[in-house]
Design a binder for this molecule. Sequence first.
Ligand code: XIL
Length: 376
Amino acid sequence: MTKLFLLAALPLLLFNGCSQSTHQENITDEPLSLKAAFRDNFHIGTALNKSQINEAIPEAATLIQKEFNSITAENMMKWMHIQPATDTFNFELSDKFVELGEKNDMFIIGHTLVWHSQLAPWANEIKDREEMIGHLQNHISTIVGRYKGRVNGWDVLNEALNEDGSLRNSIFLQLFGEEYIKAAFELAAEADPEAELYYNDYNLCNPAKREGAIELVKKLQASGTRIDGVGIQAHWNLNHPSLEEIEKSILDYAALGVKVMFTEMDVTVIPNPWDLQGADVDQNLEGSEFMNPYTEGLPDSVQTQLAKRYEDIFKLFLKHENKITRVTFWGVNDGQSWKNNWPIKGRTSYPLLFDREYKPKMAYHSVMDLKEEKIH
Ligand code: XIL
């Protein structure tokens, strides 16, 4: 494949009327994919649910193998699922998840060791400091130890910050004190010295919360505790966060000497209840036409806006590709995204690059078209 041929094919590619198979015929016999297009820049990941780990839907299984080179456990490694009772660990699904990643030579992310949400009910009943320290030790050492040398990176700590950058008043903070953060990272490092260790949270591009995250990383570093990366969840919408804040965040976190990753990417085009001026978030918004406007499909005009938003974001990611190690989508296709049921149940959401039929959307092509060379 000569560069000249690629250049000759480029105008055709930029003419966005052409389908993916037209792209293929013009560039290479190899199938095009996100992971191939971005192979020299960063990993392209997706979160997997139970059905996807069991390869229950052939279209999903094929797409996952073709497009992604990193996987994150969407739910099955969370405390309530992996340690449902004090003395019971349930590794059935997480073993399968890790095997699937190994079979496909993927960068495997464990999500998540310490999080106030989706915690096992029994763990929420822990009463004193010693008990909490003991359970945290057992939880982290057992899980990370089991997958030593197999899981490549761990979201050690998830969502430990409030919006103003202060520490969330979780059960871990209440019982253990601020040292629980250092303890969590040290226990994970001890159980697998080779695995990368991350802090992961949403709204990490907002200035106040960003400052809090920077402080958290600096404190760990100052105490000699290893932290390898910051995961910015990237549950975004068409306008927020601004490209300026995203860029500033990439630069600020990278300046700490840690890897930057976008870990739970989805871009919502339907309204968020808390964006409504004066709306009562507690009112029953289920079934509201205003909150669920595109039940019959996404209009072209919105499809175009979503494609432009993804294009702008990925352009920025490429500009800073030496600081970004992974971009992970929170799900495989629109039909199974958690956004159909959160923050309001039963809506029709369109946040990902693949549609309900597992076909690439306009947003997929706008991201792919940023790369001149899209071959394996
Ligand atoms: C979500 C899952 O996608 C849903 O299936 C589940 O019901 C709730 O959790 N931040 C995180 C993720 O770190 O673990 C969450 O995943 C989304 C928000």
